[in-house]
Design a protein. Sequence first.
Length: 175
Amino acid sequence: MGTGQKSDQELVVECQNGNNGAYDILVSRYELIMYRTALAIVNDPDVAKDVTQNGFIKTWEKLHTFRSGSRFYSWLYRVIINEALNQVRNVRRMESLKQDSQDDQTPYHHMVNAEDNRELYSAIARLNEDQKVVLLLRHFEDHSYREIADILQIDEKTVKSRLFSARMKLRDLLR
């Protein structure tokens, strides 16, 4: 952290002590990455905005339960992923996840719009939710196996297994 920039932990403590402005800093610090994460899972910009907003609201409402030894970022990430996955399950959006990258107007699609990658992203969309999430966290967000395990609250071996399965399925889909 640069001089004068407070850590997540310091901001959380300030929030817990009644400083609502500290939460605004946390939101601005993480809203873009949380939106991109949600968008990669739900594949709909409006739904991703709702998921991100709901995730931030839930963490705000439950901030008093946050354990001081935990990382706020990991906790928030887990909430956003759970919100996104619940949205996919509840609204039966699996069909939209299987579509090829047709909506080239979203920020996420602008990032991945290169013609050579269309087939890859279409194949990624066809992975199951567990495989897609670990692949996203590992290769798009560059998290370690340990960090992914912490975010998803699963064993590190499970992360590796899901990632291996995702890679094998991608290999088969791209053949």
